[in-house]
Design a binder for this molecule. Structure first.
Ligand code: NAG
Ligand code: NAG
Ligand code: NAG
Ligand code: NAG
Ligand code: NAG
Ligand code: NAG
Length: 499
């Protein structure tokens, strides 16, 4: 079945020649120890000490939050309150682009984001998370940052926006503060800011070592914003009986950009630009935590998902280590499920789904149709487009085989099937390899060149059956900035943290 997308991929491989055949240079480094930095109540902040040199100028943190919801948040606020403001400021500016760098405008945007949160996005957030956020506000305030509570919730709002943040801010300011409209830069002068892309996959069964599930997520977002000064793994151990779980990301962004739970659930996200959107729903960075702390298998995760509300368009995925164990005994049908979502609609996809196999893209100039979906058994993956017919109807970006989303989708297909062709069982290194290939490092997917190309800020591979996460963040800054997938993957065994 020679299809346009696969042919383009082959041409792409041919142009990168000898070097790319080896795949990105993987640096996987063990954790040697955790140095205690500070504690509050039963919660503790540690610095992660690697067992070898890493690419990070500043070591990532691990924060263990233990206690009531309020205690957990309070400790987080106490640990980071002194640094949140500066990083929030830099992050906000990187989201906006430099034509928006006007102090009066930045203030209005802050107020507009608070208005958004208070009136829409916070409404369906469960009380437990609101208590944590109150704790952050009070802890950070006691640490000298009275505004930090809002900086955290504003960041949650920003993370929940569709790809075109500037367009949404226009609408927001028009609705909330019409008198401030004159502060906005004219549309024509807007620079292009990098849109959120991202990718995810899950692979299991006969494709993997010991039939384990491996899953992964890349976040391709605003690079080099300064947020990588506070790289953090947050472990949540609420005293109310919810499952312990961990997120991987940056302060001040509180919630799951990426995460894995003690019950082997992994959560994933990628932008999916749809025209049916709302902010009357559950912000995804907290909704993914809700899944991790309440579900122990895919069936429970699906039911939690169906009983909460979508917001704007996203591709999500949930992986389940327990389903991998059940699958090996013929007691589960699949181990990861992709979810294509928009307002009031979710399409669930197991592996090898006919909606993918049947998806066609018609070139409007030639009227020729090409297949654009290549599902296989025992794996699911997504980049930034969908396959459900209704989701496709409302999709706002190109689905052409040459789009960057399609190219990365095909790269994952190629990586999975090439291991199959070569009889290689996927273990941690192979799973990290697939993750690193598809993390955005510019148009040289198979090679980590020594340059600032790409937008990949977070790259994580999970081994939920053994409770191990391989976590990489964007490293350094300016000319020395490098994408996460070309930085060091820290091998973090979560077993001691989840017990
Ligand atoms: C990573 O993928 C590339 C491209 O398929 C391959 O050449 C390389 O051998 C792979 N590396 C590992 C560790 O599997
Ligand atoms: C750290 O590295 C040394 C030397 O490479 C190795 O012998 C040791 O087992 C490693 N320790 C850990 C905790 O990975
Ligand atoms: C820490 O945890 C222990 C055991 O659960 C509890 O008795 C104690 O009150 C907690 N301390 C604080 C400061 O929360
Ligand atoms: C989801 O949205 C519906 C319709 O707006 C609403 O009735 C329902 O309460 C929402 N669900 C939750 C969990 O907030
Ligand atoms: C959501 O979709 C269902 C059908 O799946 C429909 O009955 C319902 O009216 C929709 N709700 C809204 C608020 O559009
Ligand atoms: C493509 O199909 C449309 C509608 O069937 C037709 O009007 C148009 O002329 C066709 N274009 C080409 C290049 O064949």
């Amino acid at each position: 079945m020679p299809t346009a997308a696969l042919l383009i991929f082959t041409a792409f491989l041919a142009t990168c020649g000898f070097v790319c055949a080896s795949g990105p240079q993987l640096s996987v480094v063990d954790v040697k120890s955790y140095t205690k930095v500070q504690s509050h109540g039963n919660s503790t902040l540690y610095e992660i000490v690697a067992n070898a040199t890493t690419s990070y100028a500043i070591a990532p943190y691990l924060v263990e939050l233990v206690g009531t919801r309020y205690d957990m948040g309070y400790a987080y606020g106490t640990f980071f309150g002194d640094r949140i403001e500066k990083i929030y400021d830099a992050f906000l500016k990187s989201q906006l682009g430099k034509h928006w760098y006007d102090d009066a405008l930045i203030d209005v945007i802050g107020i507009a984001l608070d208005w958004q949160w208070n009136n829409y996005l916070s409404i369906q957030v469960p009380e437990t998370f609101k208590e944590e956020l109150d704790g952050i506000r009070d802890g950070a305030s006691a640490a000298g940052c009275p505004g930090c509570g809002s900086y955290v919730t504003r960041t949650i709002v920003l993370a929940n926006m569709p790809g075109d943040v500037q367009d949404v801010l226009y609408i927001l300011i028009r609705e909330a503060f019409p008198s401030a409209l004159h502060l906005l830069p004219r549309k024509a002068s807007q620079e292009k800011v990098t849109h959120r892309q991202c990718s995810m996959f899950g692979i299991w069964g006969s494709r993997t070592e010991n039939q384990k599930l491996f899953s992964a997520r890349n976040l391709d977002w605003n690079k080099d914003s300064g947020i990588n000064k506070l790289k953090v793994i947050t472990v949540y151990k609420p005293s109310d009986g919810a499952y312990a779980h961990a997120t991987v990301g940056f302060v001040p962004l509180y919630g799951a950009l990426a995460g894995m739970s003690a019950s082997g659930i992994t959560v994933h996200e990628a932008n999916l630009e749809e025209d049916q959107i709302t902010f009357n729903g559950f912000p995804w960075v907290l909704r993914l935590r809700y899944i991790m702390e309440k579900a122990s298998n895919l069936e429970e995760a699906r039911s939690l998902w169906e009983n909460t509300n979508n917001t704007v368009g996203f591709n999500h995925m949930v992986g389940s280590g327990n389903d991998a164990v059940a699958y090996a005994m013929n007691k589960s049908k699949y181990c990861a499920v992709a979810m294509e979502t928009m307002f009031n609609y979710t399409a669930f996809f197991p592996d090898n789904d006919p909606r993918q196999a049947n998806a066609l893209y018609t070139n409007s100039e030639t009227n020729s149709s090409d297949h654009i979906g290549f599902p296989v058994t025992e794996a699911v993956w997504r980049t930034n487009h969908g396959y459900d017919p209704i989701i496709r109807e409302h999709y706002e970006w190109s689905q052409s085989p040459t789009s960057w989303s399609m190219q990365r989708y095909v790269m994952i297909h190629e990586a999975i099937t090439s291991y199959e062709r070569n009889g290689i069982s996927v273990g941690p290194m192979e799973a990290i390899n697939i993750t690193a290939i598809v993390g955005d490092k510019g148009h040289h997917a198979y090679d980590c060149m020594d340059n600032t190309d790409g937008t990949n800020v977070l790259s994580v591979t999970y081994d939920p059956n053994d409770k191990i996460m391989y976590t990489a963040w964007e490293s350094k800054a300016g000319e020395n900035w490098r994408p996460a997938c070309c930085s060091s993957y820290l091998k973090v065994d979560m077993t001691p943290w989840f017990s």
